[in-house]
Design a protein around this ligand. Structure first.
Ligand code: G3I
Ligand code: 9MR
Length: 579
């Protein structure tokens, strides 16, 4: 909260309201973080807005100097100092957007110190974007990762998943409890080795949406994965690894989709090849069916563009989507309920209107059948920043991207309004932020960096519709946050930045004998829940992060958190290449 806002609350005539409001705002809880100048440590395109954050109680002069020393190349004065409800101390913004010359730099402020190194240059996010996609390769199940592709992080195969058991909760007439099915491939969800359909939904979708948005870009990128050099973009090859698995999660008898494939308990800190516990598919549910239907509908239209490389696959995916959709019509309210003997991730969600809207939107876009548009009350469906449990934003994002080809059934004005309304609401939150980033208290949840990046992704939808630069600038500020313009001082993406997480909650990174963690993964990010009971430097929402294996609630990595990092860095590259 800005000090102005605090002052206006304190001056409220009703002391009781003031006290109540102050009570729900955490008092400035103790922080042991060292205050220093924070900046996006990867860097900026020459034409992009460039802002660093200086810890100070009053405006100060600052200088941008070459990383290897020498005379200042840019000088300026910060704005006024202010505080923020989610971090400690006062800060001021140093705007050096005027500096456009490519190079490696630092910010210096007399009496305060210097920032980490950052770059100004064209294509400054290419390597990061490639690495964020390559992280999915590193999380492939059921395969060895040869050194030729995986370098230092080469590993033996694990989890063939050809002998997976039907759990009691998933038993059906044709597949009674204990039946063995084959369900290989896919990506490990996170630092654990589970494979979860709901979370695969938003992750796989977001990567496919990146490809739909920037096909030319991704056709040209080479990721050095086993499929590199074939006739399709590496990004699509990577996504196919997970689509192949997802298809095996559909019960051929009725079209329903199992919620997840995991062991009964989380396994220890071991490599994939060293763990052989029985894996199960667990309970079918409405969320799994609708996530599956939505993703298969999108995949069908994307894969259909590469029919020669993937003959028959687009039709197979669309048929699978239709069967899952039908199953959900017959089972519209079946939440996932974790069985007593299963302790792995829940991804439970009891509210399905957003999943229905998303699946209907994707089926409508792919088939042009107006019955899908009519199946859902789109006029009554709000937009929201996406997360694994709230996917209405994915419906609006896809509808907006395809708005010109939707035909008469769709309300195109409604689609534009929903996208712009949400983007404006996101941008408005920057006004209360001394850090100049459009974030609010509810963003500081488990996986906060994905909330940050999904906000950026929604701003970029509004930019695509309107061409207004403020939406790109907002997305830039949010990416800056993830890459170092935040009170923890970390660029949260492994291997990308001057100070990056070294001890992510990622079993492979923990169990291998390589010092560096697998690169290209964004850590969950600060949030005050501290569910893992580790030691943290602060209780403040934006400071409650620790780079330790112990911290699965702030330092794990997950496929749905990397996906908007891919989307946002790819789109910013495309936009900047064009300006
Ligand atoms: O929905 C409530 C909301 O009403 C409330 O205001 C808020 C206050 O904290 O909490 C919200 O619930 C949170 C929920 O996520 C939805 O955002 C829970 O507190 C929070 O504990 C929960 O965290 C989830 C976590 O699993 C624990 O269940 C994360 O979203 C989810 O990303 C994470 O997923 C795990 C998988 O289960 C297993 N694989 C790793 C993966 C990442 O850690
Ligand atoms: O390692 C698990 C991680 O992948 C999950 O996201 C997290 C929350 O479900 O749980 C982790 O496992 C922990 C378990 O829940 C409690 N005991 C310690 C485990 C991690 O070392």
């Amino acid at each position: 909260m800005s000090s102005t806002l605090i002052r206006s609350i304190i001056s409220l005539p009703f002391a009781v309201s003031a006290l109540t409001m102050l009570a729900i705002t955490p008092a400035h809880a103790e922080s042991t973080l060292a205050a220093s100048i924070q900046v996006n440590q990867v860097g900026f395109h020459p034409a992009a807005p460039k802002v660093a954050v200086v810890p100070t109680g009053a405006a100060r002069d600052f200088a941008v100097v070459p990383a290897d020393g020498g005379e200042a190349v840019f000088t300026g004065t910060t704005g006024d100092a202010d505080d923020w409800a989610f971090s400690s101390g006062e800060v001021a913004l140093a705007d050096f957007s005027g500096l456009q010359a490519p190079g490696l730099y630092r910010i210096e402020v007399e009496g305060v110190g210097e920032s980490h190194i950052f770059e100004i240059g064209d294509s400054v996010y290419d390597a990061l974007n490639d690495a964020a996609i390559k992280a999915y390769y590193f999380n492939r199940a059921s395969t060895a990762l040869p050194a030729q592709y995986a370098g230092d992080w080469a590993r033996a195969a694990g989890h063939p998943d050809t002998q997976v058991m039907i759990h009691a909760s998933a038993a059906s007439d044709s597949r009674p409890e204990g039946t063995i099915i084959s369900s290989p491939k896919g990506w490990y969800d996170a630092g654990d080795y589970g494979k979860y359909i709901v979370n695969s939904g938003i992750s796989t979708y977001t990567l496919l949406a990146a490809l739909e948005r920037d096909r030319e870009r991704y056709t040209a990128r080479e990721l050095n994965i086993p499929e590199s050099g074939n006739a399709v973009p590496d990004l699509l090859d990577e996504v196919m690894w997970n689509l192949d698995w997802m298809l095996t999660m559909q019960d051929p008898a009725d079209g329903g989709v199992y919620h997840k494939l995991t062991t009964l308990n989380f396994v220890g800190e071991v490599m994939p090849a060293d763990t052989h516990e029985q894996r199960y598919v667990v309970q079918k549910g409405t969320a799994a069916a609708l996530n599956f239907a939505a993703v298969m509908a999108v995949a069908s239209r994307v894969v259909g563009e590469y029919e020669q490389a993937f003959p028959g696959r687009a039709a197979e995916m669309l048929a699978a989507a239709e069967r899952a959709w039908q199953w959900a019509q017959a089972n519209p309210d079946l939440p996932y309920r974790q069985p007593d003997d299963v302790k792995t991730g829940g991804y439970g969600d009891g509210e399905f209107s957003d999943e229905f809207a998303w699946a209907a939107a994707e089926m409508f876009i792919t088939t042009a059948d107006p019955r899908y548009w009519e199946a859902v009350d789109f006029a009554g469906t709000q937009n929201a920043v996406p997360s694994w449990s709230q996917v209405s934003g994915l419906a609006w994002m896809s509808l907006a991207h395809h708005v010109d080809g939707l035909g008469d059934a769709a309300n195109t004005a409604l689609i534009g309004n929903r996208v712009v309304e949400l983007a404006d609401a996101v941008l408005a939150t920057a006004e209360n932020s001394a850090w100049g980033v459009p974030l609010q208290r509810s963003d500081f949840v488990w996986g906060s960096n994905s909330a940050v990046l999904n906000r950026a992704m929604m701003l970029l939808q509004a930019y695509d519709l309107s061409g207004k630069p403020e939406y790109v600038d907002g997305a830039q500020a949010l990416l800056d946050w993830v890459l170092g313009r935040n009170p923890t001082g970390y660029s949260f993406v492994t291997g990308h930045g001057d100070k990056t997480p070294m001890h992510i909650h990622h079993r492979q990174s923990q169990a291998d004998d390589v010092v560096d963690p697998v690169p290209g993964f964004v850590a969950g990010g600060p949030q005050p829940g501290q569910q893992d009971k580790c030691e943290y430097p602060s209780k403040m929402p934006a400071e409650s992060f620790v780079d330790h294996w112990c911290s699965y609630s702030t330092n794990e990595v997950t496929i749905n958190w990397n996906a908007p990092l891919v989307y946002v860095t790819g789109v910013l590259e495309s936009i900047n290449a064009a300006r």
